[in-house]
Write a protein that binds this ligand. Structure first.
Ligand SMILES: O=C[C@H](O)[C@@H](O)CC(=O)C(=O)O
Ligand SMILES: [Zn+2]
Length: 276
């Protein structure tokens, strides 16, 4: 696990492309046969991937947590973006197909990840936040997720959100998690953009076809920068930053949030006239 510290928005104005990528982009969390995690100091959010192939992989208890086990004081969201697999929590096994989600309770002592077929591995995306109490370990399939349709063809931003861990879905302390799917022919996500001072957010882009890429936009609405993002790369969005992207083709991305509240509507829209 590596650590990312917080950045002040005034300091961010001076960042080069490399500095921006070093602080906010995670471009090596997808590694077959490994668990790769990043600890962000924004809301102490941990994100990463577990991609088991022939062997199962354990959720490691990193020294930096100073905990008896990873979930001693934390909760975990797992979304499978790959082939069939399973997650075993304290001896109970949950089968997770593509786009199935598992919320894992605080206090769970052992968590391990397996794929059914090494050649078509499960690709588990992991989000974790500090938790003050236990909520039950719960699995949702994609059809149990709340579907929200946003945007339209005219603005090339027609997309569908699938909300799994949220106020009206799987209960959690802080974590809010789901993914967004662009309808082919549409390229813009989360535009017009917004900030939410009370929550941080991480976007993991995936299903970007071939050599395509997504230009991810961040920064205060009147001081934006971009990061070129490729498949299975994640971007950290500080509470002061917009988080929006335009792809060269349709794509999907997982969003995960933690902070002061879980209210999806607690956001400040940036009118297009104010964006620079
Ligand atoms: O605070 C909410 C998050 O930014 C995302 O859920 C937005 C999103 O997925 C989208 O508009 O496509
Ligand atoms: Zn947001």
């Amino acid at each position: 696990m590596t650590t990312r510290y917080g950045v002040h928005f005034d300091h961010f104005k001076t960042f080069t492309t490399d500095e921006t990528r070093q602080e906010f982009l995670a471009d090596d969390i997808y590694q077959e046969g490994k668990v790769e995690l990043i600890y962000s100091h924004y809301d102490r959010f941990i994100f990463g991937m577990a991609v088991p192939t022939v062997k199962s992989l354990d959720l490691p208890n990193d020294d930096d947590l100073r905990a008896a086990y990873f979930l001693e004081r934390r909760e975990l969201g797992v979304l499978n973006l790959g082939g069939a697999g399973s997650v075993t929590v304290d001896g109970t096994t949950y089968e997770l197909g593509r786009f199935d989600c598992l919320y894992v309770s605080r206090g769970s002592q052992s968590v391990s990840f397996s794929s059914v077929a090494a050649g078509e591995p499960a690709k588990f995306y992991l989000n974790s936040a500090p938790a003050h109490r236990e909520y039950p370990t719960t699995k949702y399939t994609q059809s149990q997720a709340n579907k929200v349709e946003l945007g339209d063809e005219e603005h090339a931003n027609k997309r569908v959100l699938f909300q799994y861990i949220h106020e009206d879905g799987i209960k959690s302390c802080q974590l809010v998690m789901g993914f967004t799917e662009l309808i082919p022919g549409n390229i813009w996500n989360t535009f017009p953009p917004h900030t939410h001072e009370r929550r941080m957010e991480v976007y993991l882009y995936f299903d970007i076809p071939g050599d395509n890429l997504v230009m991810h936009f961040m920064g205060k609405p009147d001081e934006t920068r971009h990061i070129a993002v490729r498949n299975f790369e994640a971007v950290i969005s500080p509470p002061w930053s917009i988080h929006s992207g335009a792809g060269t083709a349709a794509y999907r991305f997982v969003w995960g949030m933690a902070g002061e509240n879980q209210s999806f509507t607690d956001m400040d829209g940036a009118p297009l006239g104010t964006v620079r």
